[in-house]
Design a protein around this ligand. Structure first.
Ligand code: ZN
Length: 392
């Protein structure tokens, strides 16, 4: 039976090791993994390092580092725990693993870059406990959500469930654009609001509800009409936009502006008993104009106000939008890019249709003219580079 020293020296023969001096140039290229305990990690780590405590290494690694040929630099405090860890990763099929000799202690003593990572406080660790259990989210993912910014267009039927779930999930900044006031007829589906808020600005009512749900969330309100004059300024700096608008000119305006700013849009729409969701990832997948080059004639596209909508439906569609937004923020799974999800509430069926990028799309196509942001009329056509002379 080998003792600890023999076991360590046998293990060292099977792995490769690097000095901090040789490891530092690999920052940004290799994945550095810190396998120490939470309290050690909190006091400082190597910038950009993935944190996977040794006890979770085997069970989490395949979700956190999906490519087995990805270069990995493993470290602990002194290089001993990570020597055993490196051996284990090789057994799991990771082909390019090195152990950092001397660990974080030597790295730091040699004056190499290190940071104090942002960590969750005890209250947050309790609040987000169910996220922390998911290796795909974990502490790093939760921290990322807290640093993320999502803009919601509309605090109505779709915006209500989306905002509630995004706030509950701990998305740190939620912007909400809405210029309406709460009306009794909204309450059948717009669950951000309640009877005490009738007559109140929707953005104010939304902010109260969301702040009560999660004080971690900074709710930024835009009590304005979303138009060509302010769209670029409003959407600037957001990571994802959740579109819950119900009119075509606004959707086309958002499409063109989000392409310019390269911000993904999670689009949702509802009509009577049917809902649709898709994700527009600028220049990666189709845009709204690829999907719908021009708006349908008004008589074929009545709004909810004209045609009605079953109250629970926006709850389902808006919740899917919130989930897609979180997937985009965390890089999880396959978002609905190039796919349109259609939900039929009466049949209880979900169908997914492929949507392709249109090479001749007037806004995201290969030969499209530069995008000009301007108010759209009912035809929603992209504007010419030189807007026609104003005859009024
Ligand atoms: Zn397009």
């Amino acid at each position: 039976m080998p003792g600890f020293r023999e076991l360590l020296s046998e293990t060292r023969k099977r792995i490769r090791e690097v000095d901090p001096a040789d490891a530092e140039p690999r920052l940004g290229d290799a994945t550095f993994i810190d396998i120490r305990e939470q309290d050690e990690y909190e006091q400082g780590t190597i910038p950009g390092a993935l944190f996977i405590p040794r006890g979770h290494l085997e069970s989490w690694i395949e979700n956190r580092v999906t490519e087995k040929d990805r270069p990995i630099v493993l470290f602990c405090a002194s290089g001993i725990r990570s020597a055993f860890g490196a051996d284990t990763l090789q057994q799991l099929g990771y082909q390019d693993v090195v152990n950092l000799t001397g660990g974080f202690g030597r790295w730091k003593n040699e004056g190499r870059p290190w940071i104090t990572p942002a960590v969750l406080n005890p209250e947050q660790r309790t609040r987000y406990a169910r996220h922390l259990l998911l290796p795909e989210v974990g502490e790093a993912g939760q921290q990322q959500l807290l640093e993320s910014k999502v803009l919601l267009l509309g605090a109505g039927g779709l915006g209500s469930p989306a905002a509630l779930y995004l706030a509950a999930a701990g998305v740190g900044t939620l912007g909400i654009v809405d210029m309406d006031v709460v009306d009794t007829s909204n309450l059948q589906r717009q669950i951000l609001h309640n009877v005490d808020r009738i007559g109140e600005r929707k953005v104010d009512s939304a902010k109260k509800t969301l702040t009560q749900l999660n004080p971690d969330v900074d709710v930024v309100t835009y009590d304005v009409r979303f138009g060509a004059d302010n769209v670029l300024e409003i959407i600037d700096g957001y990571d994802v936009i959740v579109d819950g608008t119900d009119n075509f000119p606004t959707r086309y305006l958002l499409n063109d502006a989000s392409l310019l700013k390269r911000i993904p849009v999670v689009h949702g729409s509802i009509f009577r008993f049917e809902g649709q969701v898709t994700v527009f990832a600028p220049y990666e997948g189709p845009c709204y104009r690829c999907l719908l080059p021009e708006p349908p004639p008004a008589e074929l596209a009545p709004s909810c106000a004209e045609a009605g909508v079953l109250g629970v439906l926006p709850g389902i569609v808006g919740s899917i939008q919130a989930l897609e937004a979180i997937k985009l923020l965390l890089g999880l799974g396959d978002p609905l890019v190039g796919k349109l999800l259609a939900y039929d509430a009466l049949e209880t069926s979900f169908r997914t249709f492929k949507v392709r990028r249109d090479p001749s799309c007037p806004t995201c196509g290969e030969h499209s003219a530069p995008i000009v942001i301007a108010e759209y009329d009912d035809l929603c056509l992209p504007h010419a580079i030189e807007p026609p002379d104003d005859d009024g």
